[in-house]
Design a protein around this ligand. Structure first.
Ligand SMILES: [Cu+2]
Length: 226
């Protein structure tokens, strides 16, 4: 019984009483000149007072991001590029969502308007899209392969694999739509990928010496993972 009464004292009475008082004082002191400003005052102070009482805001907010883009030729593109309109048609849409929780990251990709009934190899890459497919840099790796160089991409399955990189290989349906989902056992810290790249190969290679390889880069969408 005592507890319930104490709880009621806490939030509501205090929150509503404080903001009202100063604006009343302002009206009394300043007269007609300030009446307009004082009238406008109470409305904004009442609205925010309701939001903190929502219990759901106390849950830890998950780190979630989303991005989408419509493929355009590099000279017109802003965030979604096609480098090969025969394989990644202008107007196709890519949409990406990512969410971190409990030390893992889940990434989902949806595509609309690619070629029908076709596989595409897709990965998260380290840098943003640019005028050519190479702008996006190498695959994002959680643990970076020390043997990889700008000229020689990581091809060691110990690093170039779908638990250390984010692979979103997919197969489209008869309409050219498709989706992929990947959950990896890491989160982004001081580094994060910046784009999703679609390749010409129908699936990402996994064998030693060619792991991660997927042919030319046909499309790219910027994703603000960081
Ligand atoms: Cu790639």
């Amino acid at each position: 019984m005592g507890r319930a009464a104490g709880g009621n004292f806490g939030g509501m009475t205090r929150a509503t009483a404080d903001p009202v008082r100063p604006s009343r004082l302002a009206v009394a002191a300043a007269g007609t000149l300030l009446t307009l400003a004082a009238c406008a005052g109470p409305e904004p102070t009442e609205a925010p007072a309701q939001q903190p009482t929502e219990p759901t805001t106390e849950q830890p907010a998950p780190q979630a991001i989303s991005a989408e883009g419509t493929l355009a030729p590099p000279e017109q593109a802003t965030n979604a590029f096609t480098y090969d309109p025969a394989l990644a048609p202008v107007g196709a849409r890519l949409s990406v969502e990512a969410e971190e929780s409990d030390g893992s990251t889940e990434v989902e990709l949806e595509v609309d308007g690619l070629l029908p009934d076709r596989g595409y190899a897709v990965h998260a890459h380290a840098r943003p899209c640019g005028p050519t497919g190479q702008a996006a840099g190498p695959h994002y790796q959680n643990e970076v392969d020390p043997a990889a160089t700008p000229e020689q991409a990581s091809a060691d399955p110990a690093f170039a694999n779908p638990r250390n990189e984010i692979w979103l290989d997919l197969t489209t349906d008869a309409e050219g739509d498709g989706e992929a989902r990947s959950e990896v056992p890491f989160v982004f810290t001081d580094r994060a990928p910046a784009s999703i790249v679609v390749h010409e190969a129908e699936a990402t290679a996994t064998a030693a010496g060619e792991a991660g390889a997927a042919g030319g880069r046909v499309a790219c969408v910027d994703v603000p993972f960081a």
